[in-house]
Design a protein around this ligand. Structure first.
Ligand SMILES: Nc1ncnc2c1ncn2[C@@H]1O[C@H](COP(=O)(O)OP(=O)(O)O)[C@@H](O)[C@H]1O
Ligand SMILES: [Mg+2]
Length: 373
């Protein structure tokens, strides 16, 4: 997995927006997208409003209707999951958005993530949920120790607790119930404090790195003092990561995997993986990979749209009459390339001569009768 070379990008008028909280990773992504798109706006998610009623809906930015874009990369923390889902549900038909609208509620909730992974048959640690503290205690009596208890919406390792015995787990459960904090119980997967962050873009793994927890610590998060190292995932791990990304509905994400004795198990799906770690430990330019992916999807979508437009025009073409077509001209260096449709309508042939009248912003081409001169 070597860093990609800077690409040759076809000239285009495509516009993109990055809606985010303005993190360094979002800034890197927007900057990388400027290599591919003709315009990239960085929008603050806190300035987005949504109005909807009956069959109508509107997304506002800073009080005004949001501009039209070919691609909108919308991301943010779990606090913004509702607005991210809504923006996506409203705009995903008009432009390419790398996350399905349901991805935000799933990706920002560890319980929903585990349920989704389970539905898609993706290996994961055994996970338990109880409706009441008493039922929770019953679970704690049956499980093998150590176990993990975690907040559904914690990040950076902050909502993750380990208990080595029923005594400690039971007191944790009481404390969590007293403050009405919801939690899940999970089997502890022994990896000596190590997990793998795999980055998926599109339907490919573009890089990975290993995170190793500090001594006396079981959480491998870099924020919890973990250390990173380059890592090359095998095909099994890659397949699981791509499957997990698809299950959650994310074209761009970081999948946390525990390489257990029984094979890789997926711990969580991060919709906004930080890009600094993978750059630092694996020297992979994820921002460029994201930008290229978004560009390729939009380019493909636009080409498809253009083809459909031409097809619609073709269906209306009466070849006997002259037609007026409104098309943008395709310039190849300084030459003008006319679409195949024009050849079909005009019936121009290679073995015939033509008279070309050229004027300012005008071009007329007529069949030329050589015998008539
Ligand atoms: N079931 C588990 N078994 C072993 N280690 C775990 C387990 N769950 C979490 N951890 C450790 O704790 C870290 C943080 O857990 P995670 O569920 O990813 O929460 P967060 O969103 O806070 O990163 C993981 O990276 C891993 O090192
Ligand atoms: Mg994590």
């Amino acid at each position: 997995m070597t860093p990609q070379k800077k690409p040759k990008v076809p000239k285009n008028t495509m516009r993109a927006a990055v809606i985010s909280l303005g993190s360094v990773s979002s800034q890197w992504t927007a900057k990388a997208m400027r290599t591919y798109f003709s315009q990239v706006d960085e929008l603050d998610i806190r300035k987005i409003d949504i109005n909807f009623s009956g069959g109508e809906s509107e997304v506002l930015y800073d009080g005004k209707p949001i501009k039209k874009y070919d691609c909108i990369l919308a991301k943010g923390s779990f606090r913004y999951a509702q607005i991210l889902s809504s923006v996506t549900a409203i705009l995903e038909k008009q432009c390419y958005m790398p996350f399905r609208s349901t991805a935000f509620s799933i990706g920002h909730d560890k319980l929903l993530s585990q349920l989704t992974l389970h539905q898609f048959n993706i290996p994961m640690p055994k996970t338990y949920l109880s409706a009441t503290p008493d039922a929770g205690k019953e679970i704690l009596k049956k499980v093998n120790y150590p176990i993990v208890m975690k907040f559904p919406q914690g990040t950076q390792g902050k909502g993750v607790m380990f208990a080595d015995s029923f005594v400690s787990a039971s007191s944790m459960l009481d404390a969590l119930s007293a403050i009405r904090q919801s939690f899940i119980i999970q089997e502890y997967v022994e990896t000596e404090g190590m997990d793998i962050r795999v980055i998926v873009v599109g339907d490919q793994v573009i890089g990975a790195y290993k995170r190793i927890a500090q001594e006396e610590e079981r959480r491998s998060n870099i924020h919890a003092g973990g250390k990173g190292e380059a890592y090359t995932p095998d095909e099994v791990m890659k397949k699981i990561a791509v499957k997990a990304a698809k299950a959650v509905g994310a074209d761009i994400c970081g999948i946390d995997i525990l390489p257990s004795m029984k094979g890789p198990v997926v711990l969580e799906v991060n919709l906004s993986p930080g890009l600094q770690g993978i750059k630092k430990y694996a020297n992979i330019d994820v921002a460029d990979a994201i930008a290229k992916h978004c560009f390729d999807v939009c380019f493909g979508r636009n080409a498809k749209k253009k083809k459909a437009q031409v097809k619609a025009i073709m269906e209306n073409v009466d070849s006997e009459k002259s037609q007026q077509l409104i098309l943008s001209l395709d310039f190849r260096a300084n030459r003008i390339l006319l679409p195949e449709l024009i050849t079909k309508i005009t019936k121009f042939r290679e073995d015939v001569s033509y008279l070309i009248k050229v004027g300012h912003e005008q071009l007329q081409i007529k069949e030329y009768d050589v015998n008539n001169t």
